[in-house]
Design a protein around this ligand. Structure first.
Ligand code: FES
Length: 259
């Protein structure tokens, strides 16, 4: 399905942590409903104004009854700083949904024991994934790692089975790596989103235990539709674009571990 482009109304914005924001918008195009792991590009500034590119942000929550999309994002530069100034009633230009995302019905049909493993802002798309898996009759376990300050964890109550958190600083939860929180051998599949070193390590551990895994990659994007080749990566099956062929790939395809 081709992505749609709309001026969407901002419903509200709140802080989830010091540099983390939750932005709620009305997506007025139910014919282009997003699913877990897909993303939109967002733009809250005029054409010709910096930054040049719109910002790709994954769907944190989709509520079809109210046509509401929630984005959980980190303020990391000029674009996201401008997005953070949006308030109720403002307009934001949305293009999407884009990317393959996670196929929750297929995953739920194929696998029973499912682990969601996230790192930092990479946890954002895993909430919608947990919701979709739950709707398909699966209760995933959740293992998230943060630098110092966990956020948006309370919403997994009732949605997930085991919920464990690690922090680099040791301020909350386990002091160490998120990959120390679980054993891939206990799961039929592990679904991962976070910083590349963490995903590479998690995929390697899955391979060692013979557990398949999917990883959701993040890359700087320009066109978002596979046209500019700006987000091309090398995979086991040749060059792929993260925006169109991904962002979700089999771990072994991206990192080369055999599972
Ligand atoms: Fe242009 Fe992916 S952003 S090909």
């Amino acid at each position: 399905m081709r992505a749609a482009c709309c001026d969407a109304a901002v419903l509200g914005q709140s802080a989830a942590a010091s540099d983390i924001r939750l932005l709620r918008v009305r997506w007025p195009d139910p014919g282009h409903a997003p699913h877990a792991g897909q993303f939109f590009t967002l733009r809250a500034w005029a054409a010709g104004e910096a930054p040049f590119l719109s910002r790709p942000i994954s769907v944190h929550k989709w509520e079809p009854e109210t046509l509401t999309v929630t984005f959980l994002y980190q303020i990391v530069g000029e674009g996201t700083e401008k997005l953070s100034r949006l308030k109720e009633g403002d307009a934001v230009q949305l293009t999407g949904p884009m990317g393959n995302g996670f196929d929750a019905p297929a995953l739920a049909a194929r696998y029973e024991k499912i682990a969601l493993v996230g790192g930092g802002i990479g946890t954002a798309p895993l909430y919608q994934l947990a919701r979709e898996l739950k709707a398909c009759g699966r209760t995933p376990d959740v293992f998230f790692g943060f630098r110092d300050e966990p956020y948006c964890m309370e919403q997994y109550r009732g949605l997930a089975g085991i919920v464990k958190v690690s922090t680099d600083s040791g301020r909350v939860g386990f002091h160490g790596f998120v990959t120390q929180l679980y054993d891939p051998a206990d799961y039929d599949v592990v679904l991962i989103c976070g910083p590349t070193p963490m995903m590479r390590n998690a995929a390697r551990l899955c391979a060692e235990k013979g557990t398949p895994c999917l990883v959701s990659l993040e890359k700087k994007m320009a066109c978002g539709i596979g046209a500019c080749l700006g987000c091309t990566i090398e995979t086991a099956s040749g060059a792929k674009s993260v925006c169109k062929d991904g962002p979700v790939f089999a771990g072994k395809e991206v990192f080369g571990w055999q599972t």
